[in-house]
Ligand binder design. Structure first.
Ligand code: NAD
Ligand code: UDP
Length: 312
């Protein structure tokens, strides 16, 4: 059993991770400043003797005795990370420095939730870990993309200079229950719009692609990467099935039986045109691959949002 710090533990992915680690019997400290996460996401864990909450902002140093750190604190949706761009880059960079400093001091193994955004608008398809990316350094997405790139640099420099035991996981678009319905991500937007009978808002003509991974598969990968000895990554984690945004809208309309119409509006700047992970490394190094079919994962997510909207 381990003593584990999960930063961003009250967010979408962090709450699923805390849940899995608590149920596996580990001592879990969930750190969050509740910028995009909420206590509701982890309220079912509050009574567990092996779960603790810590309201803290990761841009400020922290000292806790742990032997594993999952660094997930950072707003992940374009709407939220652009809300305060300077704060986003501070969270990525100072958050990484503070977590790595802690890992060095207490000799903890540390995993970074990195992102496919470090590839920017990729010119290589599908994306392999060896690709260095095509990122605009001064655009509206740069606070997130460049922040996450610097965080990766910090992870590898702490590893080379201080022998910190790092893991770097490049997460591709992930969806599932507990996504924040107000954060503007495509899966939550389309499902909520479909359930409310509102127009489905495609940005651009909907020909841009993404590859969607169900949250349970992602959590399996995070835990397996953390537990793997002598392997730093970076490693792509995602579902290689690629869909256009228009196809996603059509699947969601069909699964919800909604009468919503699709409308097109302006494409945000620097919106990547295509994205698909090459997961050969995850398959060989972690013996991991996603199991959840898109339609099944969407159905579970739709059920979650139905319950959520009834409560609202
Ligand atoms: P989320 O917004 O639901 O969760 C982020 C959590 O971090 C929230 O609980 C938020 O309150 C917290 N947080 C933000 N700034 C903080 C700070 N300064 N101090 C402490 N806590 C802070 O997003 P998510 O989808 O769960 O993403 C989690 C991590 O995974 C992020 O680092 C994100 O970059 C990465 N990621 C997610 C995806 C995805 O598709 N969901 C894809 C790539 C990478
Ligand atoms: N998108 C869309 N309609 C929406 C929300 C998003 O067409 O209501 C598009 C967005 O422009 C992007 C894709 O869906 O091309 C994925 O957007 P998201 O914000 O979920 O993730 P990211 O762009 O960070 O991959």
């Amino acid at each position: 059993m381990h003593r584990i710090l999960v930063t961003g533990g009250a967010g979408f992915l962090g709450s699923h991770l805390c849940e899995r680690l608590v149920y596996d019997g580990h001592d879990v400290i969930c750190l969050d400043n509740y910028f995009t996460g909420c206590k509701k996401n982890i309220e079912h864990l509050m009574d567990s003797h092996n779960f603790e909450l810590l309201r803290h902002d990761i841009t400020i140093p922290i000292f806790v005795e742990v032997d594993r750190i999952y660094n997930f604190a950072c707003p992940a949706s374009p709407v939220h990370y652009q809300f305060n761009a300077v704060k986003t880059i501070k969270t990525s960079v100072m958050g990484a420095i503070n977590c790595l400093g802690l890992a060095k001091r207490v000799k903890a193994r540390i995993l970074q939730a990195s992102t496919s955004e470090i590839y920017g608008d990729p010119t290589i398809h599908p994306q392999k870990e060896s690709y260095w990316g095509n990122v605009n350094p001064i655009g509206v997405r740069s606070c997130y993309d460049e922040g996450k790139r610097v965080a990766e640099t910090l992870f590898f420099d702490y590893h080379r200079m201080n022998d910190v035991d790092i893991r770097v996981m490049r997460i591709f678009n992930t969806y599932g229950p507990r996504m924040n319905p107000h954060d503007g991500r495509v899966v939550s937007n389309f499902i909520v719009q479909a359930l409310k009978g509102k127009n489905i808002t495609i940005y651009g003509d909907g020909s841009q692609t993404r590859s969607f991974c169900y949250v349970d598969d992602l959590i399996d990968a995070a835990i397996s990467l953390m537990n793997k000895d002598s392997f730093t990554g970076p490693v792509n984690i995602g579902n290689p099935r690629e869909s256009t945004i228009r196809e996603l809208a059509e699947i969601i309309i069909e699964l919800t039986g909604s009468g919503s119409k699709i409308i097109c509006s302006k494409l945000p700047s620097d919106d990547p045109k295509q994205r698909q992970p090459d997961i050969s490394l995850a398959r060989s190094a972690l013996q991991w691959k996603p199991h959840t079919v898109l339609e099944d994962g969407l159905q579970k997510t739709i059920e979650y949002f139905k319950r959520y909207l009834q409560r609202e």
